[in-house]
Design a protein around this ligand. Structure first.
Ligand code: SF4
Length: 189
């Protein structure tokens, strides 16, 4: 396992898959490196690629609003993506790309040791919770994976496309807040 400095330096220079060819920035991750709660999306979009920050732009603003709903902000959690470079035309990351990039994220998880992992969207939930995860049926449900509590929320971009899903997400966020209050000791200090 690499320490943070080596991990970030090596990740920023990574060319393990072809997504490195057209990137402007590697989107490493943001937030508290001692967070108890980690949010994991699938990959950077255009604004993320241009700024090097995960979840900026309209979907990012909505994620900030979602966090605010449960009295959280980016400084209290850690936010990262499964792949650190933007897939062209915002397509889903290919299996090969996910596998090539997995070691960076795994190293981040090992350094942070979060108590809770929140998958943002179907692709992340299929990788972290179970391969046949159905986001419409299983969002907001808790799973115990590798000693951690894991749940999935609709991806903020999906909530922008379909606002009818927002009431469900509000309930999921409240369930997340209750779980944080039950098992986390520092997040709301
Ligand atoms: S997506 Fe991941 S594995 Fe591929 S080049 Fe970027 S950092 Fe490396």
């Amino acid at each position: 396992m690499l320490d943070w400095d080596n991990l970030e330096a090596q990740c920023l220079a990574c060319s393990r898959c072809s997504l490195c060819e057209h990137r402007h920035n590697v989107v490493f991750g943001v937030g508290s490196r001692s967070a108890e709660v980690m949010f994991i999306g699938e990959g950077p979009g255009e604004q993320e690629d241009l700024t090097g920050e995960p979840f900026v732009g309209r979907a990012g603003k909505l994620l900030d609003t979602m966090l605010d709903c449960i009295d959280l902000d980016r400084s209290r959690v850690y936010i990262a993506n499964m792949v650190k470079c933007r897939p062209p035309h915002n397509r889903d990351p290919l299996q090969l790309e996910q596998e090539a990039c997995a070691e960076w994220l795994q190293n981040q998880i090992e350094l942070i040791q979060p108590k809770i992992i929140v998958c943002l969207g179907r692709i992340s939930a299929m990788a972290f919770i179970k391969p046949d995860f159905k986001i419409t049926r299983e969002h907001g449900k808790w799973f115990d994976i590798g000693g951690r509590r894991c749940m999935a929320l609709y991806h903020p971009a999906a909530l922008l496309r379909d606002p009818n899903r927002r009431p469900d997400t509000f309930l999921d966020l409240k369930a997340l807040q209750a779980e944080i209050q039950t098992i986390c000791t520092r997040t709301y200090l």
